[in-house]
Ligand binder design. Structure first.
Ligand code: SF4
Ligand code: SF4
Length: 75
């Protein structure tokens, strides 16, 4: 089963919690500001993501989701 990891750019306030808890160091803080005026997290190394869901659980703004991808390869 393939999975897709998504960060909602406009929900993220750039707190960095997800970055600090990721066991694979997948996430970084962007240098591009979002619509809220924050620097959001993004997957700098998406190929290293093991879809453990730790970042989703930690995000206080529920900005991260992991969904099953049926019938196609995940990003
Ligand atoms: S799902 Fe796990 S490995 Fe992937 S970015 Fe989140 S914390 Fe890191
Ligand atoms: S924990 Fe949530 S709000 Fe904080 S940087 Fe990560 S995605 Fe953004």
């Amino acid at each position: 089963m393939a999975y897709k990891h998504t960060i909602d750019n406009d929900l993220c306030k750039g707190c960095g919690l997800c970055v600090s808890v990721c066991p694979k160091n997948v996430l970084e803080i962007s240098n591009q500001v979002n619509n809220l005026g924050y620097f959001p997290a993004y997957q700098a190394c998406p190929e290293d993501c093991i879809f453990c869901t730790t970042c989703c659980i930690m995000c206080p703004d529920v900005a991260i989701s992991i969904t099953k991808v049926v019938g196609e390869k995940a990003d």
